[in-house]
Design a protein around this ligand. Sequence first.
Ligand SMILES: Cc1ncc(COP(=O)(O)O)c(C=O)c1O
Length: 412
Amino acid sequence: MSKNEDIAALFNQYVMHTYSPSVTLVRGQGCKVWDADGMVYLDFTAGIAVQNVGHAHPRVVQAVSDQMTTLNHCSNLYYTANQALLAQRLVHLSTLEGKCFFCNSGAEANEALIKLARLWGHEEGRYEIIAMRNSFHGRTLATAAATGQSKIQQGFDPMPVGFTFAEFNDLESVRKLVNERTVAVMLEPVQGEGGLLPATTEFMQGLRALCDEKNLLLLCDEVQSGMGRTGHWFAWQQYGVRPDAFSLAKALASGVPMGAIVASAKLADVFQPGRHASTFGGNPLACAAALATIDVIESEKLVERAQEAGQQLRESLMAFVEKYDQLLDVRGAGLMVGLVLDKPAKDLVTKCREMGLLCCMAGEKVVRFLPPLNVRDDELEEALDILDDALDMLYGEEAEEAEAEETPEAEA
Ligand SMILES: Cc1ncc(COP(=O)(O)O)c(C=O)c1O
């Protein structure tokens, strides 16, 4: 057995089968990762939008190592400078002029948004949140209940109540759901798992106006789209509106597990001691990683790089759409890019991996490309070459002819 297979066997014996991993990865550097048998891949998943500054960025490694040997955790019974400094950076970057709460994952950050909204509306008996169809907000019970995909909820009923679902990019469908119990509207400005679908400016601005009119909170889930990924620090910034609060996780601390919410002044003091908490949330280690990540994104101008490289990538993918009938469209923003197929995307993702390019699926028919934001031009080109070869092998003329030959006439 290869080393890849050895580790897979051990994994499958002892780890619950909630995932279907492919190869065993043992090392990462920049945009590249290596598997246990020494094969090297271009990582256009970046750990699902986590490694925005690339694997093992020296400044993040240094910050984490230094913090680990100084004070990695002490609980929130005590003040720590890193948490204060990180909150200050996030509040300033967002210009929301409020405060942050720290936790450990995207689901937990969204859970905090939901609890914050409910507490804010509690005295008036308002708790209902309007979320979007096809959204994804996490796997805890409340965030799964807020997720507009029934497959995420199936088998876990009874689900927590208080969530209704509108059509993404359809303001009227949101307006129709508003009632005396409604407290907030919650959405991903660019739907990630739902297929890399950006909100329209009209929708986002309409939602802000509706929320102002009805005294509702506008909550954005920036877990996947945040930290420069879409060519803006936070995806909502491209719409000329501000949410009342938003969540972050994934790329926030470059792979040290961390989530956060950033809230505007009107929500800044809703959580008081005892109302919400997390043992690990905002510990000095995670905050050191996040502070270093922000430093790298700023000093290497990675927000701008995501815009520029994202445009290059989308244009090149559009050329493939012209070339292959099986490809329908290119979607997304910045370096959060989706290639839409007319068939399940699994074969293409597998073929790319076999040829040295890691990408992943978003829904059944979309291939998602999320390279580190500091992906180099030559790495982009190499990835596109691999993709072109993979597409040719699966859907090129020769592949089509071979398939036609295999198909008996009666069935053709
Ligand atoms: C938009 C969005 N929200 C929430 C989550 C959940 O984050 P986590 O897996 O860290 O709990 C994800 C994860 O993919 C996500 O993409």
